[in-house]
Design a protein around this ligand. Structure first.
Ligand SMILES: [Zn+2]
Length: 344
């Protein structure tokens, strides 16, 4: 399988002109770095689809979309203390959803691994509210589009961003066709993502949360993948694996308290790739979420893409590892999640 990246320089235009961790530089540095990387020649670059509001209405309420447009029309503002809207943010957020749709199309129909390098990010945005730097839920809109237009049925969402994707969880909470799996620092923003949050109604059991203490590194993330995600994926039998790929669990991230290194992101990608080969026909579909240390973001995304391309190069490993208390706590959480989800 090839690897396709979806990007538009217009993604840099969502910009309040202030110092903010979710800055246009994140993507500018990332894309420049990838274009100069040793495997640049192997990557296909695709433009986002130009979509209209209809696509958003499968996930978001009309009143929230109108609110976003009104903010943008009035020159921008703040949805909460972290989440800005600039004059063109509605258009750019719509183009971000179009990037996610283009990427899922490439994974599902053209059978490439795909990664949408977009901003603003999406996993904190729920049906009726933007939050945590997120305006529209890119991954959820893309999944709904695929289900509606191409007969895509079951999707496994793997959210390895540092934070819990409360928006994505809420959108699919009662839906057994989308299994939402998240590992995240806890307690931490946004406060959701407890083990007991497992879905509702027909969706009961189709939300899997692994809340982790601060201070986890590669080994803990890989252990959660091996002990929880792999059995969950085999039981669910997804048609497509979608990744909310945030990189704020990187050891140098200014927001997070985890120590994941590019090596860890590469290894998590390898596990997803093996699952994908066993269970799915298309490629893996990934969407960028957080990640606020520019060098850490680039090195980590390179590790993911290298793994997807089967190009193994020496990956940077962090020096800090979890202490015994943290590791013990992680083991307890893993047991708790496996018990609650009857994973034996
Ligand atoms: Zn995050």
């Amino acid at each position: 399988m090839g690897v396709a990246l979806v990007y538009s320089p217009r993604y840099l235009l969502h910009n309040k002109g202030i110092k903010h961790p979710e800055s246009p530089q994140r993507l500018a540095v990332l894309v420049k770095g990838l274009q100069n990387s040793p495997f640049a020649g192997e990557i296909k670059w695709l433009d986002p689809l130009e979509i209209d509001e209809e696509v958003l209405l499968r996930v978001h309420t009309k009143s929230y979309i109108n609110l976003l447009k009104a903010y943008a029309f009035l020159g921008g503002g703040w949805l909460d203390e972290d989440t800005f809207v600039s004059a063109n943010s509605y258009d750019i957020a719509l183009l971000a959803v179009g990037g996610a749709v283009r990427a899922i199309e490439q994974a599902w129909k053209a059978r490439d691994h795909s990664f949408a390098l977009l901003r603003p990010p999406g996993h904190h945005a729920s049906q009726s509210r933007g939050a945590g730097f997120c305006l529209l839920n890119n991954i959820a809109c893309a999944i709904r589009y695929g289900q509606e237009h191409w007969g895509l049925k079951k999707v496994l969402v793997v959210d390895w961003d540092l934070h819990h994707g409360n928006g994505t969880q809420e959108i699919f909470y009662e839906d057994p066709s989308v299994l939402y799996f998240s590992l995240h620092q806890f307690p931490w923003y946004p406060g959701t993502g407890k083990v007991e949050e497992t879905g509702k109604g027909k969706g009961k059991g189709y939300t899997v949360n692994v809340p982790l203490p601060a201070g986890c590194g590669d080994e803990e993330y890989i252990a959660v993948f091996e002990e929880v995600l792999i059995p969950i994926a085999y039981r669910f039998q997804p048609d497509l694996i979608a990744v909310s790929a945030g990189f704020d669990a990187h050891f140098a991230d200014p927001i997070g308290g985890m120590f994941v290194s590019p090596y860890g992101y590469g290894m998590m990608t390898r596990i997803l790739k093996e699952l994908n080969e066993e269970l799915c026909e298309g490629g893996i579909f990934a969407v960028l979420e957080g990640g606020y240390n520019l060098e850490g973001l680039l090195n980590s995304v390179q590790a993911v893409i290298g793994e997807l391309l089967d190009i193994r190069f020496p990956l940077q490993r962090g020096e800090r590892i979890a202490d015994d208390t943290t590791r013990q706590k992680v083991n307890e959480v893993i047991v708790e999640v496996k018990d609650l989800h009857s994973l034996g």
